[in-house]
Design a protein around this ligand. Structure first.
Ligand SMILES: Cc1cc2nc3c(=O)[nH]c(=O)nc-3n(C[C@H](O)[C@H](O)[C@H](O)COP(=O)(O)O)c2cc1C
Length: 159
């Protein structure tokens, strides 16, 4: 049974989570970055995990487009969905997750999770640093990945 973890990451956090999932999985896993491959072929995979991050309220356009282009095929697979984000409020995180993926896919997903996130100042450009300082009140790198959520997600996917 082959699994694809298809992710998109701006500063490396979603990639870190995707790599952890791939390492800990008991399945045969292929990691695919949508930055490198815009429209990977899903046909040989039984299970698909989709992960992206939230910037200015939304998931990456490339992930949205990929899902839109492949929705019918994705509906025939075992699917897991996750986001990385840094809003501290659970309600807001849930809203961000809700907006990130289409209803049809969320309803049929085997596992869903908000994995927390990181602010990586060394990877941000000038404008991003200003936005994060202003909006989040944070001015140095911080990691708040929810590793328990990551592990729970993996267990649910592999149950
Ligand atoms: C410019 C900027 C805007 C962001 N906007 C949001 C946001 O609207 N909501 C949120 O929950 N997190 C927001 N974040 C936090 C990111 O989701 C977090 O940094 C995440 O770990 C990024 O993952 P990535 O490196 O895989 O892209 C923002 C981060 C940056 C740098």
């Amino acid at each position: 049974m082959k699994t694809a973890i298809i992710y998109i990451s701006h500063h490396g956090t979603t990639e870190k989570v995707a790599r952890f999932l791939a390492e800990k999985s008991k399945q045969d896993v292929e990691l695919i970055s949508l930055k490198k491959e815009k429209n990977p072929d899903l046909r040989s995979f039984h299970r698909i995990i989709l992960g992206g991050s939230i910037h200015a309220g939304g998931i990456q356009k490339r992930m949205k487009q990929f899902i839109e282009n492949n929705l019918e095929l994705l509906m025939q697979k075992e699917v897991g969905l996750f986001i990385c984000c840094m809003d501290p409020h659970k309600e807001k995180q849930e809203q961000e997750f809700e907006h990130a993926f289409p209803d049809k896919l969320k309803q049929s997903a085997k596992a869903k999770a908000v994995m927390g996130g990181e602010f990586c100042f060394e990877r941000m450009n000038f404008l991003e640093k200003i936005v994060v300082k202003k909006v989040a009140g944070v001015s140095e790198s911080v990691s708040r990945i929810d590793w328990d959520a990551v592990t729970r997600f993996l267990n649910e996917m592999e149950r």
